[in-house]
Design a protein around this ligand. Structure first.
Ligand code: CS2
Length: 493
């Protein structure tokens, strides 16, 4: 028997369930990208409010695949969120979604939905690569095939940016006020970055529309944080056993959940503060702290963990040298680059990150986090490196993180087995690696020359190129484990 509205009352008492009537919900939010992160984060925080304020049901849009819609429609949109740690699991059935749409099935339908007057917020979790931007500069990639398509056929958009502009165009034509655009991905200044992309795209199609967007639409930046690994079949089995019903796509996550949002909305907004979100005037210091301390060390753990044969983050943390390396990276190298946040317990935050990584109940694959490194490195490691170089400080541990990415994208691991490298630039990175061979003096400069990742400045800075080449040389000569140990003994603070 499957989870659905008609089986909800069979759930064990310990499983929390929606306290709202799904049929009384309005759809005030359209969300682009209904992957695990959205379903374990924003949807949960919204679900908690719907009993009191039913205006904020979520229309979930998949820009590409039908999987989520196919899994959730037979369940009336319901799914289980298990928050797990060493002491057990807390489960809750979420029913925040009122409808599901899949862009390729009817590309004109999504912008039309965005032009529904009841829709006041359009949010997004489309991953870093979903913004069709140049990761090093944040500028719109006008050669992106989806962007090119959308510039020619804006009524049937495929890209995130094209979809937003198409929806805004329809609202303007209908004399409606625009919605708020709420970016929820791990990009630096995510709202400001998305605003820049939307404005650039709009200028290319219609200058008046661009001016209207510039004047009327708010793009609050947000800092989002919850570790939500991809769901596995073992998760499905465990959830089914616990709730007594089949659930085709449950979410398994950690108890921790944080959302910091700039309180600047075009129209109204849900009272997300009642489910624990923090509204602030400027999210930048929170975002920088999270991207650098969490995501920067997460990626480092992913590459070095994968190379040392560790399949998950908690297993990577059992690699004693690696755990020490990321701890030192947080305290010694990243910490001094962060702006002060008065009243914020930075030490407690760093310690809690290390504890979260050790969560033994989460099976967060190093391979999953290693994905799309070309899109992630700039905001996770390279910004910190730039700040340290500008302050004349050493970057030994951070350089090892970058070098581990370089070793990873060669596509062959230390035992000679193939690595399934997933990255929009995977083909190019592999070709570079094949041409250079496993020779740090050739491979490091060839990869550092990838401008989309390293920009124009870092390839020209010998302090950077030397440090990365030395770190890669260590990995190639000593293996990842040996390179970690050597870095621990020799790194300067
Ligand atoms: C991870 C993030 O997959 C990744 O790249 O670093 O998704 C991470 O789990 C979240 O940002 C935590 O908030």
């Amino acid at each position: 028997m499957r989870l659905s509205l008609s089986t909800l009352d069979r759930l064990p008492a310990a499983v929390a369930r929606p306290d709202h009537d799904r049929f009384s919900l309005d759809s005030g939010i359209v969300h682009l990208g209904i992957g695990a992160f959205h379903r374990g984060h924003q949807a949960v925080m919204t679900d908690r409010l719907l009993g009191r304020d039913p205006r904020w049901g979520i229309v979930g849009v998949s820009l590409r695949s039908t999987d989520t819609r196919d899994a959730l429609v037979p369940q009336d949109g319901l799914y289980t969120v298990s928050a797990v740690d060493g002491s057990g699991a807390e489960r809750r059935v979420i029913g925040a979604h009122t409808a599901f749409m899949v862009t390729p099935e009817d590309p004109a339908a999504v912008p039309r939905r965005l032009a529904d007057p009841k829709v006041r917020i359009v949010s997004s979790t489309v991953t870093e690569k979903g913004y069709s931007h140049d990761p090093a500069t944040g500028a719109l990639n006008e050669d992106d095939p989806d962007v090119r398509h959308d510039l020619g056929d804006l009524d049937r958009p495929r890209s995130t940016v094209g979809t937003l502009v198409s929806g805004l165009k329809l609202r303007r034509a209908a004399g409606l006020k625009p919605f708020t655009v709420l970016a929820c991905d791990n990009l630096p200044a995510n709202g400001r970055t998305l605003r820049g992309l939307v404005l650039r795209f709009a200028e290319l199609v219609d200058r008046d529309l661009a001016a209207w967007i510039r004047d009327e639409v708010r793009f609050p930046s947000t800092m989002v944080d919850r570790i939500v690994p991809a769901t596995t079949d073992a998760d499905r089995d465990a959830v089914a056993a616990a709730i007594g019903l089949e659930d085709a796509w449950p979410i398994v996550t950690e108890p921790f959940c944080q959302w910091v949002i700039e309180d600047t909305f075009t129209l109204d907004r849900p009272a997300w503060e009642e489910s624990g979100a923090e509204f602030v005037a400027d999210v930048a210091p929170y975002e920088l702290m999270k991207l650098r301390l969490l995501n920067g060390t997460h990626s480092t753990l992913a590459y070095l963990g994968y190379l040392t044969g560790r399949a998950t983050v908690s297993e990577a943390m059992e690699e004693a040298g690696l755990a020490r390396l990321v701890e030192e990276m947080m305290f010694t190298e990243i910490g001094p680059t962060l702006p002060a946040l008065p009243g914020f317990d930075l030490d407690g935050y760093r310690r809690s990150l290390l504890a979260r990584y050790r969560n033994p109940a989460l099976k967060h694959r190093t391979w999953q986090i290693a994905m799309d490194g070309s899109q992630k490195l700039p905001q996770r490691l390279l910004g910190t490196i730039r700040d340290r170089l500008a302050a004349g400080q050493p970057i030994d541990r951070l350089a090892l993180g970058v070098a581990a990415w370089m070793r990873y994208v060669t596509g062959i691991d230390e035992s000679g087995a193939a690595i399934d490298v997933r990255d929009p630039l995977a083909g190019r990175l592999r070709a570079i690696a094949d041409a250079a061979g496993l020779d740090a003096a050739r491979l490091a400069p060839a990869l550092v020359a990838v401008r989309e990742v390293f920009g124009d400045d870092l390839p020209a800075d010998p302090r950077f190129t030397t440090a990365v080449e030395a770190a890669l040389g260590r990995i190639l000569a000593l293996g990842a484990r040996g390179a970690i140990e050597r870095t621990l003994t020799e790194a300067r603070s």
